[in-house]
Design a protein around this ligand. Structure first.
Ligand code: IPM
Ligand code: MN
Length: 351
């Protein structure tokens, strides 16, 4: 029987609650499909930081390399200064494990309310490939004359040919594998970011020559936001840099029904990848059994898909669709018509 070693970082706030439901569903999927998940839990997050002062040590980071994949609940704690956990945990894992792709499907499931009137599941079904190791996220920059009237703050967007190329190449491959509209849109801002996105533009067009079966397109990031609202059906796969990817995938999450359903994967195609609901720790809902676990469950499905358990992954997705279509009143916390645990049960019993 196949056995996968999975690291589980449930994290803060509602992270543990949604992670428990994801694990419940993964357990059902593993039983049905005859594989085993060997889970190891880690208490990394805000609580531990407040107790010990440790976020994630280099040793702990290295320890994560032994696993087949990582499932993350949520990080973010109201008593921890913004940036500490984000940089010290989430970004440290993304960068340290070279998870250079952030894959974020934007898919409207049946029965799910979208703020886009006149748009349905046939219209909202695309994938964002966000570069995950470079750009403005490298944390390079400086203050000049800090605190003075003539202060200047510099923040560098670092884009390497190697980093851009592997991301763009992944996006072309993903577009081909997806085999839908076979269209890849580069989202950038070439009219203003005349260095960074000039590189993206050149690399994109060079790599495109190897993928004659894929139709290519380009949209500035502002226009991308406009089209995502007005004509989301135009998109199949979008590839973009780290910062723009962060922004447009929150918009994407909203048109697919909100943070209750949006999941993503931080991928190192040759290493250890990490899957997470893309919403935060939602501290105000902690312990109330009201948070929607579907995003974490969908992250679990992405994890299985990544491990090669594609059948199990699609069974989970089908079960989620059945639940959104026939059971839930809403995807919003506290308005689902069921509690967190009951939603997990509904999905698990459909596997
Ligand atoms: C996300 C989050 C993170 C990001 C934050 C928490 C650092 O917003 O996963 O999209 O900006 O990437
Ligand atoms: Mn974000």
């Amino acid at each position: 029987m196949k056995n996968y070693k999975i690291a589980v970082i449930a994290g803060d706030g509602t992270g543990p609650e949604v992670t428990a439901e994801a694990l419940k569903v993964l357990e059902a999927a593993s039983k049905k499909n005859n594989f085993r998940l060997d889970l190891t839990s880690f208490d990394y997050g805000g609580e531990r930081y407040l107790k010990t002062g440790k976020v994630l040590t280099d040793r702990e980071l290295a320890g994560l390399k032994k696993f087949g994949a990582i499932l993350l609940g949520a990080v973010g704690h109201p008593d921890v200064r913004p940036g500490i956990l984000e940089k010290g945990l989430l970004l440290k894992i993304r960068f340290g494990l070279e998870q250079y792709i952030n894959l974020r499907p934007v898919k409207l499931y049946p029965g799910v309310w979208t703020p886009l009137r006149d748009k349905g599941p046939d219209d909202i079904d695309f994938v964002v490939v966000r570069e995950n190791n470079e750009g403005l996220y490298v944390g390079e920059g400086k203050f000049i004359h800090k605190g003075k009237k003539n202060e200047v703050a510099l923040q560098v967007s670092r884009n390497t040919r190697k980093g851009v190329e592997r991301c763009v190449r992944y996006a072309f491959e993903a577009t081909r594998r997806r085999n839908k509209r076979k269209k890849l849109t580069l989202c950038g801002k070439t009219n203003v970011l005349t260095y960074a996105h000039d590189l993206w533009w050149r690399v994109f067009n060079e790599v495109a020559k190897e993928y004659k079966d894929i139709q290519t397109d380009y949209a500035h990031v502002d226009a991308t936001c406009m089209w995502m609202v007005k004509n989301p059906e135009w998109f199949d796969v979008i590839v973009t840099d780290n910062m723009f990817g962060d922004i447009i995938t929150d918009l994407g999450a909203m048109i697919q029904g909100g943070m209750g359903i949006a999941a993503g994967g931080n991928l190192n195609p040759k290493g250890v990848s990490m899957f997470e609901p893309i919403g935060g720790s939602a501290p105000k809902y902690t312990g109330k059994n009201v948070i929607n676990p579907l995003a974490a469950i969908c992250a679990g499905a992405m994890l299985l898909d990544h491990l090669g358990e594609t059948l199990a992954a699609s069974q989970i997705e089908k079960a989620v669709m059945d639940v959104t279509q026939n059971k839930l009143k809403s995807l919003a916390a506290g308005k689902m018509g069921y509690g967190t645990k009951e939603v997990g049960d509904l999905v698990a019993e459909r596997i």
